[in-house]
Design a protein around this ligand. Sequence first.
Ligand SMILES: *Cc1c(COP(=O)(O)O)cnc(C)c1O
Length: 380
Amino acid sequence: MTKMGNSRIYVSSPDMGGSEQKFVKQAFDTNWVAPLGPNVDGFENTLEEYLKEESSVAALSSGTAALHLALILLGVERGDEVICQSMTFSASANPIVYQGASPVFVDSEKDTWSICPNHLEEAIKDRISKGKKPKAIIGVHIYGMPFKVDEIKAISEKYEIPLVEDAAEALGSTYNNQKCGTFGDISILSFNGNKIITTSGGGALVSKDKNIKKRAIFLATQARDEASHYQHSEIGYNYRLSNICAGIGRGQMEVLDEHVLLRREMNQFYKDIFKNKEGISVFSEPSDKYFSNHWLSCVVVDESLTGFSSEAIRLALQKDNIEARPLWKPMHLQPIFSKAPYYGNQISENLFNNGVCLPSGSNLTASEKQRIKKVLTNFV
Ligand SMILES: *Cc1c(COP(=O)(O)O)cnc(C)c1O
C-alpha cells in the first residue's frame, strides 16, 4: 500500500471475472499456445449464442483488423470512397486508408451522438452527383449508445450501399431488443483493454453469412490455398486471435451482463449527482427503443448556464488523480483527415468542445465513487 496520496482512478480499466485464468491455464496445459485452438472456437461460439440473430463470429487480433477485413470483404479498393461517422475513434476510419480508399465524413445527430441520417443521405446524393457512389457506410454506436438503426439501415438499403456496424464500444447494448453487433451487413467488435470486456487485445467480425466468416478467417490466416505446400492466390493477413487471449475472452463473457449492469449503474450515479444542476446533461437514451451498455458515461456542459466548462470539470478531477477525457475529436477536425469531404452541421464539434467522459468502469469501488462524487459535488 502506498501512502502517497490517492491512487489513480481511470475512465475505463480491465475488470476480470474469475474464470479467465482457468481458460488460459487449459491452453497451456494442452499446449494450444497458438492463434487457433479450443478457446478461439469456444469464444466464437459463446459470442454467437450471446448475439443471436444467426450471427457467425470470426475472432480476430483487434477491432481494427476486423474493420479492415470488413472493407476488404465488401470490395473496397484503391480510389473508392467510404462514408464514415466523423465522431469516433480513429480506428473506425484508418482501415479505409489501408485500402487506398478515401473517407467521407458525416456528422452526428444530437439524440444518439452518432451518424445523422439526414447528413448521411445528403453525403450519398452529393458523392453520387460528383460521379462516385460510396462503397460502404461505417456507423458507430458511440460510447455504447445505439445509433438510429432503422433510419440508417433504410438509407443503406435505399441506395444499396452496405452498412459496416462498428460496435466496438457497444457489446451488450440493444436497439429494439436486438443486440448491437447484429445490424450491419458486416459488424465488428473490439476487446481492447479499455472496452466493456477485454482479451487484453482482440476483436471480432460478425455476419449472418457463414461464408463471410469463412472468408474472414481465410484472409486472417495468410490466405493459404488448400494445398499441402504454401500456395497463395490472394494477399493474406495475420489477424487471427491468439488462443491465450481467447481464453481471457471466454472468462469475460461470463461477466459481460454484470459489466453492463454496473456500467449502467455508473451512468445513474452521475445522473443523481447532476440531477438539479442546470446546464449539465448526462448522455442518456433518447427513448425506450435504445438500451446502452453505457461503456463510457459522458456529460455535456452548457457554459452559458453553468459558468464553467467541461474542461474545468476534467481538470478538477485530475487534481485528485481521477482521469476524465474530452469526447472523441471528430475525424474531419483531425490533421490527417483535414482534406477529406465532410457533411454536417456542428453537432460533433459542439459535443467535442463541451463534453467530457467520466470514470465509467465496472470495477470502481464504493470509496472510489465517494472520491469522484466529492470532487464533482464540491465543484458544481
Ligand atoms: C476501440 C475501437 C475500435 C478499435 O478496436 P481495437 O480493438 O482497439 O483495434 C474501433 N472503433 C471504435 C469506435 C473503438 O472505440
